[in-house]
Ligand binder design. Structure first.
Ligand code: ADP
Length: 218
């Protein structure tokens, strides 16, 4: 089944319903590589009334000063990851994670459970009968697709993604490197219920998002 416009969507897998009877809200993950357009799709779903949890925003919240998350990061990586004001020095942490084998896994083991707990608090609080949406770039990497009723994957050609990111001020070489470090199309294809090719304009994508809601998600 396919919806077309300047952007296209395909229904690849049946939309699952939560099997444990925890209420008829539909919980949908939106994922895709950097610059694919997933935040734009998520905003469209929010405009239609969806309750949204944003993994990137939550990832920052769980290491704010005074949090259990920041304390755990400092315990593992030392005081040098703190800036002068006691906040997390992300550049310093990134350097440590990059230079030490096993450090990435340790950091993920600290942060991922905290992020997931906060996200599910938001998603589970969505009213019955509503649409709850988790904007999660690392759905493949965290192996959590099975937790959702449906997975929307947003994709666009790499060149288009790089140009869109460059328009947002991201260095092209950096964008290319980050795309290369993420999960690839085949891995995302394997978990997609709905696949969006974001090849048209933003207006096309917004219109398509509306048709996806009307056709498949309510
Ligand atoms: P992601 O959340 O996947 O990184 P965004 O939704 O933030 O992607 O989109 C990346 C950038 O590309 C944003 O500046 C967005 O406005 C822009 N963008 C998204 N879709 C399109 C499109 N179809 N045409 C042009 N620009 C787009």
């Amino acid at each position: 089944m396919m919806i077309e416009g300047g952007a296209r969507a395909r229904l690849l897998q049946r939309i699952r319903r939560r099997p444990d009877g925890r209420g008829p809200r539909l919980v949908v993950a939106v994922t895709g590589g950097i610059g694919s357009g997933k935040s734009t799709v998520t905003r469209g779903l929010a405009r239609a009334g969806a309750v949204v949890a944003d993994a990137d925003a939550i990832a920052r919240e769980v290491v704010e000063p005074g949090t259990e998350g920041l304390a755990a990061v400092v315990e593992r990586f030392g005081d040098s990851v703190l800036d002068a004001r006691g906040g997390l020095d992300r550049g310093r942490l990134a350097d440590l994670v990059f230079s030490e084998a096993g450090a990435r896994a340790d950091l993920d083991a600290i942060l991922h459970p905290l992020i997931a707990e906060r996200a599910w608090t938001i998603l589970d609080a969505a009213p019955e009968g509503s649409l709850a949406v988790y904007d999660i770039p690392l759905l493949v990497e965290t192996d959590s697709a099975a937790l959702f009723d449906a997975v929307i994957v947003v994709d666009a050609p790499d060149d288009a993604r790089i140009e869109r990111l460059a328009a947002r001020g991201v260095d092209r070489a950096d964008a290319r490197r980050r795309i290369g470090a993420q999960a690839d199309r085949d891995q995302r294809l394997a978990i997609a219920s709905i696949w969006i090719d974001n090849e048209g304009s933003i207006a096309d994508l917004d219109a398509l998002t509306g048709r996806i809601i009307a056709s498949w998600l309510v």
